[in-house]
Design a protein around this ligand. Sequence first.
Ligand code: HPA
Length: 271
Amino acid sequence: MTAARIIRTAAGEAPIACAIILGTGLGPLAEALEDARVIPYGDLPGFPPVGVSGHAGRLVVGTLEGCRVAVLQGRAHTYENGDPRVMKPVIDTLAALAIPRLLVTNAAGSLKPDMLPGSIMAIEDHIALFGPNPLIGQHGDGRFVPMNGAYDPVLRRAIAGGAARRHVALFEGIYVWVTGPSFETPAEIRALRTLGADAVGMSTVPEVILARHAGIAVAGLSLITNLAAGLAPDAPSHAETKTVAAAGAAAMEAVIRGFLVEIGRAEARHD
Ligand code: HPA
């Protein structure tokens, strides 16, 4: 059976309005779903093993703020085996389930001295020049995916509206993808600032490119866990990423809930 069929069998055929990929430390949001059906990635053919601490590796389908959602609790990263396509079976499954929207979340380092740990940044656009493109090896003209408006303007407005609704301050900015797993040097961070990046991280972008290839509308949120290398006296660490992400998870949850309320309203207007 395909992963999509297994999910439909476990969770029913009702349409899912939005998929949400939860980044480091943000997994607990999945516990908030009503009528939750939980499927471990291990039961879904093609889904990757999740090899990073802070990521659970489960799909939870349920309802949040009245929206039917599929929450991916944990992701695989390119740095695990060098393959940027590691999340392709997941994105293909979202497309097979005809899920129209994907909200990607992550933990990221800040390149702006005033965007402090604990801040939330809506991703306005990304820079993906430092890792292999996940569409390398795809065939047909469909692989030449335009990336203008990759972070859907309508969904960005829904994020801004959702954050305002829940009184959470929101930054907007450019996310630069680096493969990791080593953190950046201070010189690299200075270079990335010159390129126009506001936040840096090791995830998300391959999924966004795959999702755009699949025709899924994308929105992205970064939880800032640290000032990037050279902007703070201490070097970044995964331990700090996990602790600060867990501490900021409540604000992130508030923005996601507000976003889903906005999505629900938009769907109601189109019914
Ligand atoms: N760099 C790259 N990835 C990250 C960082 C960082 O400073 N913080 C959290 N993820």
